[in-house]
Design a protein around this ligand. Structure first.
Ligand code: URA
Length: 235
């Protein structure tokens, strides 16, 4: 990584401040003063600022139990943002892996690794997302077959990918989908004449929401969880 980027990512320095400390000779790599931001920092290099070692900020992968009433987008809204629930530095680098509606609860992943996010949200990668929906009326007998065949939602050109429905009780159903169209789960149930009164995401790929994570609580993912979600490992 370029030294100027490394300095901005691992400290509170802005780009112009990083340029200033560099040209003032305050930055060393493995003991040698480096004046140029274009210098490449290698994995085992020790970068110091005025003699203090700057540790790199690695990529972060977080599981949040989203409570209702929080917004995933950054746009101005009357609702607080999910990021306000995290007590973590440099939040502006983080993004949510897909979105949950304001009133939807449950498993939300947050990261600063865009490639990882792509593997989880791109329909091409067929990563399952499992939702528990509470409905205002019972499902028709044909619900399983219709979800499996794909539903042409209003305003869409193609039907949804096959989705798996499991009836949990007369007014509760578990739905597994592999895409994330706008309000997809609510619209799919609406197409069958059912209104979703509560929606909770339980699982993404192999990762289930921790049962002991209270609404609003979060934790960092473990390395094996990160790679399993990206489809890189099966351990
Ligand atoms: N589908 C929805 O309708 N809402 C969500 O929050 C997630 C999936």
């Amino acid at each position: 990584m370029r030294l100027d980027k490394y300095l901005c990512e691992s400290t509170d320095l802005t780009r112009s401040q990083a340029r200033r400390v560099l040209s003032a000779g305050e930055i060393t790599i493995n003991g040698d003063v480096v004046l140029k931001g274009t210098h490449i920092v290698r994995e085992n290099d020790t970068v110091q600022w005025d003699g203090e070692t700057i540790e790199p900020v690695g990529l972060r992968y977080i599981m949040l139990n989203k409570p209702p009433g929080f917004e995933c987008t950054l746009r101005n809204s009357q609702h607080p943002q999910v990021m306000s629930l995290l007590d973590i530095e440099k939040k502006d680098r983080l993004h949510t892996v897909g979105r949950l509606d304001v009133e939807t609860t449950g498993l939300l992943l947050i990261t600063d690794d865009g490639q990882w996010t792509h593997k989880i949200i791109s329909p091409k990668h067929r990563c399952d997302k499992v939702y528990l929906a509470t409905l205002d009326s019972t499902l028709p007998d044909t619900a399983e077959a219709r979800f499996d065949a794909g539903i042409l939602l209003e305003g869409e050109e193609k039907p949804t990918l096959p989705a798996r429905l499991e009836r949990v009780s007369p007014l509760q159903a578990r739905l597994t989908i592999q895409e994330g169209k706008y309000h997809q789960v609510r619209r799919m149930f609406a197409a069958l004449g059912c209104h979703v009164t509560a929606l909770h995401r339980e699982q993404i790929g192999p990762l289930r929401l921790d049962a002991d994570l209270e609404p609003g609580e979060s934790r960092f993912l473990k390395p094996h969880e990160i790679s399993a979600l990206a489809g890189d490992s099966t351990d």
